[in-house]
Design a protein. Structure first.
Length: 254
């Protein structure tokens, strides 16, 4: 997959915040149907940032030349999108992971370093799906390698991967403020999830089976959501509220 397939057309906004966007466009095991999802989701995320007045620098973490991950702290915010599984060794799993898919340790290491650099510099961070999981791992948390009962979280064999999932948002959290309601229908397609919440983070939403669906830092603008607000089949209003809050935070001085 090439960058031009996801970059929105037209000139970039002038005067708004500049946001680093990390995503792997060609991670291992990528099939054409999943590549089409990555195109749609990434394109929607970038277009939404632009509509909200933000410029972006896209970093393809599957590319050969990645540069210094600490450069994420030089911009006004960091958005980490979805993709393949996080390497189990990064959260204490040494054996094989059932249904493991798309693992790229080099991309994991680069993204974790970028998250830590952005957090240390006081930049807002938004993680989506894989990005949400890496936000948790970056704070010392762990993941459930494979959800035994996946029915609420992704389609089964022969079904579409993504489905509508109900989540309950924790009152008083930043996610609650961004969402504007405590009961959401979101787009999900995941077989892994946050297990032990990382240091300094709190749970901001759960699925009906108790699985953690969002985390955040109570004092810093650091948010991770397991679902995909950038799925164009989801609610446009929810995506815009979440992204607008993120862009507004990026526009403020660190």
């Amino acid at each position: 997959m090439h960058r031009h397939e996801v970059e929105p057309p037209g000139p970039a906004p002038v005067g708004g915040p500049r946001i680093a966007v990390l995503v792997s466009l060609n991670f291992p095991d990528l099939t054409e149907p999943v590549a089409d999802l990555v195109r749609r989701f990434t394109g929607t995320a970038l277009a939404t940032l632009r509509e909200l007045g933000a410029d972006h620098r896209l970093v393809d973490t599957s590319a050969d030349a990645l540069g210094d991950p600490a450069e994420a702290a030089d911009l006004d915010g960091l958005l980490v999108l979805g993709g393949g599984d996080v390497d189990g060794a990064l959260y204490g799993v040494t054996g094989p992971v059932p249904h493991s898919y798309g693992v790229d340790r080099r991309a994991d290491d680069h993204t974790l370093a970028a998250i830590r650099a952005a957090v240390a510099a006081g930049r807002p961070v938004l993680g989506i799906c894989r990005g949400h999981q890496l936000v948790n791992v970056a704070h010392g948390g762990t993941l459930i390698p494979d959800l035994e009962d996946h029915r609420l979280h992704r389609g089964g064999p022969g079904q579409p991967m993504f489905l509508d999932e109900k989540v309950t948002v924790t009152p008083g959290t930043r996610v609650a403020d961004l969402a504007g309601e405590l009961r959401l229908t979101v787009r999900s397609g995941h077989h892994q999830a946050v297990d032990r919440v990382g240091g300094g983070l709190v749970v901001a939403a759960r699925a009906d089976d108790g699985v953690v669906e969002a985390v955040e830092h109570p004092e810093r603008w650091v948010v991770g959501v397991q679902w995909h607000p950038e799925d164009p089949d989801g609610a446009d209003a929810h995506r815009r509220r979440l992204f607008a809050g993120f862009v507004a935070a990026c526009a403020r001085p660190a």
